[in-house]
Design a protein around this ligand. Structure first.
Ligand code: SF4
Ligand SMILES: [Fe+2]
Length: 1008
């Protein structure tokens, strides 16, 4: 089928009141008796009587056909034609929207040519005799039918839409009187106007346009963006109405010559199948299809973006801004992002129809495959077309209370997996330039992943990404517990939250939708009280630290924490006290039996492994305190040493012996690394290694009960224990060295609980410590011993005894993070025993582990599952001579790892017994995935995060002077982080320039 047409524009009568000339025009055309074609709505609006009077007063007789239907079926056109014939009319007047005009045109054709109308479907040039004159009087502004020789008619047997096309169908006159459109309801105004925009855009991006059609399309786009919303809001605005009529007419001329495209192919199919109004269908489909065209339309859409003055420094950015502007225009007029009622079982047939309509006739910028069409239909249903995703995402504007649903393209889901990857993609696309963390524009992007709620082991974690108030860069923070599961079961893969609420609120997410609820009753409350007050489900809450914009405020979920980078302060700025999600939707996988068998094996592997089956279940992360002490890795006295005399008192063994009640794990996790401990008669959450280090050894504090209490207090106040400990350690050293007299001393920790409250409430010195170590150093000096990277305080591993860890801290995109850094310390003494003071091979391993962990996290796995990638026997017996030999030669494999990094195709295999994560993703989503693709996805995400950081003004990958210049051990020149030479190699392997920016070549390779 082909909806394109060839004609010259016909004469038009344009302007306010011109409909009064209709009778004269008909007489001039030689008409004595005409058939007036319209529907019941136009009659009810009084327009029929008005036009009838004008015509009859000019001495022309009228016969009425009032049976026009939306998406006119063949029999209705034939009925109108028969009426006209029996009455002996010599002219036809179509009055109304697109359907009335199409019926009139079809009936005109049958005045001179035999029925049935179906014999002319899609067959150009078979009409043998000229039609009687057809005059059209549109009462909507959009179809452009007044300018075309096409008439769209539905085959009532098959529900397919067909086009009649013939020069005989061209209206002899078009009467464009804006006064006839002022009574059009707002929603019809909106959708018909978007039809005009769709004509212009499809014509413009197609491969068959001319200078003239491009000019017409540009005029249409400008007129629609300037006038449609005005006409929608103020229907009586004759100026805007007149301009929209012009827009529709120009759009009609543009697509008459330059054709429409895939948007129309899909809209016609939906119209035929479910009677979705044409304009509405186009409006909803247009942005989805433009997304899918990808780079093939960047150039042309950038030109249209210029027409409506949208910003952007590249064609891609402008094109995306244009697509966003279409979405915004739709949203502002209440046009949804999905279409209700589409049935999964109809998609193959609709795909086929759309495919055949578009191919090969429409000159589209990129030919869609059946898969492409099917993907669009799925997204119109609000689904991704992939298993493993709940099916929809929501944008929530706290300023207005608006909620809008969306779904990224399938291709992006596959490229960025989910979790932090998908969040980075959303944040990257949303902005053109730097965004302030504490601003209405900043987004909180909460994402789940395909593995969440699928049943794979240790896969309940979810992600929150935003611009960090602590670093000013991208932060992605990951959390266990059950919130992610509930969010997905409520049917949502992601929430994107913007704006600032006028009053404190929390968001309720359920299967029935999303609503904002008042939170003023628990503003100022602790996180546990807040969670209780919000009702049932998975929950997120901030405490007073978030409300008071402490730069490292966290978000708490049950007793787990979205800890790093100050996500809680962004919630606080937005007056968002928390989120509750509840639902019972189930995530399906393509082959349940195969999947279950695979999960059983993976669980068994985790349970047998030395780290995930023994160390973590037995002692939790606290097991590492002793190991770190042994290897000079335990951050002590603000990282001036890696050993702490009082370590025994804060070790995992002591915690187990004196306080442990039971282990606690996230849902679906066989590792169960969490601890419930007893203190002063109460059962509370036990501290993790990082808390033991940063509130313990780092402050010269060996009072374990105090650390347990502080841990709980920080959770209640909603404050990251790591950055709090790091900032206090720095404040203590500032005081001891005389930079800032604040009364804090290492080892003198009795007032730490009071200090935590002061920080959370921003009182006294707490107001300063709430700013974090970097800002404190800007106020008081001591930058060389302010222990942070990119503004984020480091984890509890002293890196001067673990070069790879030092490199990881320096390069991690979110700042001084052990996990984002690739966690090489697991090779350097906490699993393997590769020499931590040597740099050989570290750059390559850092890159590989960063990418692997990035992908594992984005896919939805807890990072502890990546420990089990290391062969267990190499971890269990470090003193065995054979194992020692392997550890000694291990760095030599760095070259091979670097080589594989640049040729991931060599890893196009799955080895679920070694690296189960890509195989799990494959089984859950039903898409292609192997180790090479998986690690490449991780690399892509890592690079995208780096691009966001650079846009936010990232200057350099650095560590404080204490770590790079001061020796940890006087007698060992290697006992400092030898950052510069490692960084050089690291950048080379990553394909980045000497400033740490990805090169264009690398980005192209990664499809960025
Ligand atoms: S290992 Fe720990 S953090 Fe990871 S999923 Fe299991 S219980 Fe949760
Ligand atoms: Fe259209």
């Amino acid at each position: 089928m082909n909806f394109s047409v060839f004609s010259s524009p016909n004469p038009i009568l344009f302007g306010t009141g011109t409909s009064k000339l209709t009778g004269e025009k008909l007489r001039a055309l030689g008409c004595a008796k005409i058939l007036l074609v319209y529907d019941a709505g136009i009659k009810a609006a009084g327009l029929v009587d008005r036009i009838d009077r004008i015509i009859t007063e000019a001495g022309v007789e009228t016969v009425h056909y009032s049976g026009v239907l939306a998406d006119p079926p063949d029999w209705s056109v034939e009925e109108a034609a028969a009426l006209g014939k029996s009455a002996g009319v010599d002219g036809i007047v179509g009055l109304g929207g697109g359907s009335a005009l199409d019926t009139a045109k079809g009936a005109g054709l049958l005045q001179a040519n035999p029925p049935p109308i179906s014999q002319y479907f899609g067959r150009e040039g078979v009409v043998t005799r000229p039609s009687v004159p057809i005059v059209v009087i549109p009462t909507t502004a959009g179809t452009g039918s007044e300018a075309t020789v096409a008439s769209v008619v539905v085959d009532s047997a098959t529900h397919e839409k067909y086009a009649l096309m013939d020069p005989a169908l061209i209206p002899r006159e078009a009467v464009l009187d804006p006064l006839l459109t002022t009574g059009l309801p707002p929603f019809i105004t909106a959708t018909t106007g978007m039809d005009a925009l769709t004509h212009a855009v499809e014509a413009y991006i197609g491969r068959s346009n001319t200078r003239e059609t491009r000019g017409m399309a540009r005029k249409t786009v400008a007129l629609v963006f300037e006038n449609l919303y005005v006409a929608y809001q103020d229907g009586a605005n004759v100026g805007a109405r007149a301009n929209m009529q012009r827009a529709a007419y120009y759009g009609g001329i543009a697509f008459t010559r330059a054709y429409v495209g895939n948007v129309h192919a899909i809209a016609h199919t939906l119209g035929g199948m479910y009677s979705v109004p044409h304009g509405l269908a186009n409006a909803v489909i247009l942005p989805h299809v433009l997304d899918d065209y990808g780079e093939s339309v960047y150039g042309s859409l950038a030109e249209l973006a210029d027409v409506v003055h949208l910003p952007g420094n590249t064609a891609e950015r402008k094109a995306k801004a244009f697509i966003r502007a279409i979405r915004d225009l739709n949203g502002s007029m209440g046009i949804p992002t999905t279409i209700d009622g589409i049935l999964e079982e109809d998609i193959p047939l609709m795909t086929d129809r759309a495919f055949h309509e578009a191919n090969p006739t429409y000159p589209v910028p990129r030919i869609f495959s059946r898969e492409d069409f099917s993907g669009v239909f799925h997204r119109l249903m609000g689904k991704s077309g992939l298993h493993g995703y709940a099916g929809k995402m929501a944008r929530v504007d706290l300023s207005t209370g608006d909620v809008e649903h969306f779904m990224p393209q399938k291709d992006d889901l596959l490229k960025y997996l989910g979790g932090k990857g998908l969040a980075a993609k959303i944040l990257f696309d949303e902005f053109d330039e730097k965004v302030d963390a504490l601003s209405d524009e900043n987004l909180i992007v909460i994402t789940t992943s395909p593995l969440n709620a699928s049943g794979t082991p240790s896969s309940s974690r979810f992600n929150i990404s935003t611009i960090s108030p602590l670093t000013g860069l991208l932060v992605s923070a990951n959390c266990g517990g059950d919130f992610g599961l509930h969010l997905k079961r409520a049917g949502y893969d992601a929430l994107v939250i913007r704006g600032q609420s006028p009053d404190s609120v929390f968001i309720h997410v359920g299967e029935e939708g999303i609503e904002l609820r008042g939170a003023s009753g628990f503003w100022g409350k602790d996180t546990s009280e807040t969670q209780e007050a919000m009702g049932n489900g998975g929950k997120l809450a901030i405490g007073v630290a978030g409300e008071n914009l402490v730069r490292y405020a966290c978000v708490v979920s049950a007793e787990r924490v979205v800890g790093r980078g100050g996500v809680g302060a962004v919630f606080g700025y937005k007056r968002l006290k928390g989120i509750v999600a509840e639902g019972r939707m189930r995530i399906t996988v393509p082959d349940q039996d195969k999947f279950k068998g695979f999960n059983r094996k993976w669980i068994a592997k985790l349970q047998k492994h030395a780290l995930t089956g023994e160390q973590l279940p037995k002692l939790g992360t606290a097991a590492l305190v002793r190991k770190m002490q042994d290897r000079d890795l335990l951050a002590t006295r603000n990282y001036s040493s890696g050993r702490f005399d009082g370590f025994e008192n804060i070790s995992g063994e002591t915690l187990r012996e004196k306080h442990l009640v039971k282990n606690k794990g996230c849902p679906t996790c066989p590792i169960r690394c969490g601890r419930i401990v007893k203190i002063e008669g109460r059962e509370v959450k036990g501290p993790e290694l990082e808390t033991l280090g940063l509130l313990g050894s780092n402050l010269m504090n060996d009072d374990l009960p105090l650390i347990i209490r502080l841990n709980r207090l920080c959770d209640e106040l909603g404050m990251d224990t790591m950055s709090f400990g790091g900032s206090v350690g720095f404040a203590m050293e500032l005081c001891e060295k005389g930079f800032w007299e604040n009364g804090l001393r290492f080892g003198d920790c009795g007032s730490l609980e009071a200090l935590a409250r002061q920080v959370a409430h921003r009182e006294g010195i707490g107001d300063v410590i709430a700013e974090g170590a970097r800002r404190m150093s800007e106020m008081y000096g001591g930058g060389e011993f302010a222990i942070h990277a990119k503004g984020l305080e480091l984890a509890a591993y002293e890196p001067r005894a673990a070069q790879g860890m030092g490199l990881g801290y320096a390069t991690a995109n979110r700042g001084g993070c052990h996990l984002g850094g690739g966690y090489l310390v697991v090779l350097e003494g906490l699993g393997f025993h590769v020499d931590g003071r040597q740099t050989r091979g570290k750059a390559a391993f850092a890159v590989f582990f960063q990418d692997l962990m990035e992908a594992a996290s984005a896919g939805g796995s807890c990072l502890f599952t990546t420990y089990a990638v290391l062969p267990s026997f190499l971890v269990r017996n470090p003193r065995n001579p054979f194992v020692r030999m392997i550890h000694a030669v291990f760095p030599s494999f760095g070259g091979l790892v670097a080589l594989l990094h640049s040729h991931p195709g060599a890893l196009s295999v799955n080895a679920p017994g070694v690296i189960p994560h890509p195989y799990a993703y494959k089984l859950v989503t039903g898409s292609k995935m192997d180790i090479g693709r998986f690690v490449r996805s991780g690399e892509r995400i890592y690079n995208l995060e780096r691009l966001i950081d650079l846009r936010q003004g990232l200057a350099a990958d650095m560590l404080p002077g204490r770590l790079t210049d001061e020796l940890q051990r006087e007698d060992d020149a290697q006992s400092r982080v030898l950052l510069a030479p490692m960084l050089k190699k690291y950048y080379r392997i990553r394909g980045w320039d000497e400033h740490g920016a990805p090169t264009g070549k690398r980005l192209k390779k990664l499809g960025l």
